[in-house]
Design a protein around this ligand. Structure first.
Ligand SMILES: Cc1cc2nc3c(=O)[nH]c(=O)nc-3n(C[C@H](O)[C@H](O)[C@H](O)COP(=O)(O)O)c2cc1C
Length: 431
């Protein structure tokens, strides 16, 4: 069996607003209803977790302004996804809810308290996707002129995560006594300051929040570079990746597993999920025609794809000639996103290269039955722990995945039909 997650790539933001099936997405995107529908459907289908992307700026790299991003509602405007957690927890019983938090911008005490509180509130179903964040525009909202250098961000993130986990563990599991006769609510001998003094952070502790149901909330990570992978291998319970092709998927997972073991952890405790965006329809031919339309749409709207690359890389892609190949570029941003794009753009003009679909380790195009077969074969060949659905979010797509694909996977015995446990980490480790 393998695990399933869903990556909400535009965070708590505008999802689809002008597409055929976008409903009232243009005006109602700030209401939680679509997400509530999503998580209820996911739980019915046995998913492990939903994961919300996040960032802390209106991207302004593309064309040097916020105009095109706002015109397209492409990554902004956006709300804070932490606010969704209580609502989604109340609408579900078993599903994990993972939200992104930037290690570079959150003071560790604030994040530790927030995550532990949410884990209490959801009875142990919360995860945090720790990202270093990459954009200078976001860094400027936190007192920096530009973001720290790529590998240095991970050095800082490592210490930051150490502080956060120490805070989470500053309460012993049995510190809450509730002894009326002894007039003892919580035992101060079992609540410890952490007295942390490192290179970047100084935190006394303890946390005000008692130890949360999972001990530590689940940690999710998406490191692609060597330093990112190492950070993920040291701390994460689940790692998500968009590396492309079965060989690269297998190599990525093998590398992660050996790094996990290198940190003295059990590789089976870390679940690597591959990004996929299945294109589904009633027949294979109809799905192929749909995939062609999606590709044509990207070619017709080159700016859309280029905005994504501008944001991810911090390089203004609007400066490049669409009819020439992509020039040599280097980034202090998402190194993997850029290098994968550059690989696929090799030998093409930029206008052709924008057909590239991010968030797709392998293309999956067909009926629920054919795609379920393919996913089974890929999981076998790549040895993965599961898949992270990254489709655009509208109610038609939700239904295709949760009412079509997921039951087809269940019928093959590839995914769960009921939850074994109550907490996210236990469900992740169930197989
Ligand atoms: C599925 C997925 C989701 C991601 N979500 C976020 C996010 O919400 N916010 C963010 O700043 N970075 C996000 N990233 C970027 C990663 O944290 C990471 O920076 C990127 O994969 C490049 O790896 P590297 O930092 O090791 O170079 C995501 C990456 C992937 C593959």
């Amino acid at each position: 069996m393998f695990h399933l997650g869903w990556f909400v790539g535009y965070g708590y933001g505008v999802q689809t607003w002008r597409g055929q099936w976008s409903g009232t997405g243009a005006t109602d995107w700030m209401k939680p209803d679509t997400y509530v529908d999503l998580v209820r459907s996911m739980e019915r289908a046995g998913f492990d977790y939903v994961m919300f992307e996040d960032s802390s700026c209106i991207p302004d790299t593309h064309g040097g302004s916020v105009h095109s991003v706002l015109a397209n509602a492409h990554g902004a405007p956006k709300l804070d996804p932490m606010t969704l957690v209580p609502l989604l927890a109340q609408a579900t019983d078993k599903l994990g809810i993972v939200v992104t938090a930037a290690t570079a911008f959150y003071p560790p005490y604030i994040l530790a308290r927030l995550a532990a509180s949410l884990d209490q509130l959801s009875s142990g179903r919360v995860g945090m996707n720790f990202v270093t964040a990459s954009s200078n525009s976001a860094a400027r909202n936190f007192g920096l002129d530009q973001h720290f250098e790529h590998d240095h961000r991970y050095t800082m993130a490592d210490e930051w995560t150490d502080v956060v986990t120490r805070l989470w563990e500053s309460w012993e599991p049995d510190a809450m006594v509730h002894d009326r006769d002894a007039n003892l609510f919580a035992d101060g001998d079992k609540v410890h300051p952490i007295d942390f003094e490192g290179e970047f952070y100084k935190v006394k502790g303890p946390l005000q929040v008692p130890r949360s149901p999972q001990g530590r909330p689940v940690i999710c990570q998406a490191g692609g570079s060597p330093s990112g992978r190492d950070y993920a291998a040291k701390w994460a319970d689940t790692i998500i990746t968009g590396v492309r092709g079965v060989d690269a998927m297998k190599a990525y997972r093998d590398d992660i597993r050996s790094r996990v073991a290198g940190h003295g952890r059990d590789p089976d405790d870390v679940k690597v999920l591959y990004l996929v965006s299945p294109v589904l329809d009633d027949t294979v031919e109809a799905a192929q025609a749909k995939a062609k339309r999606i590709e044509q749409d990207r070619l017709d709207n080159a700016e859309w794809a280029l905005q994504t690359m501008s944001y991810a890389s911090g390089i203004d892609f609007s400066q490049f000639d669409l009819d020439k190949p992509l020039p040599e570029v280097e980034t202090n941003g998402h190194t993997t996103t850029l290098s994968e794009f550059a690989k696929s753009a090799n030998g093409k003009t930029l206008r052709e290269a924008v057909a590239y679909r991010q968030n797709e380790s392998v293309p999956l195009i067909g009926t629920p039955e054919t795609v379920a077969d393919e996913m089974g074969e890929i999981a076998e060949a790549a040895g993965g722990d599961g898949f992270l659905i990254a489709n655009e979010l509208d109610r038609v797509t939700i239904a295709q995945i949760t009412e079509g694909l997921a039951p087809a996977l269940q019928r093959r015995g590839l995914t769960r039909t009921s939850y074994e446990f109550d907490t996210l980490r236990e469900n992740l480790r169930a197989f």
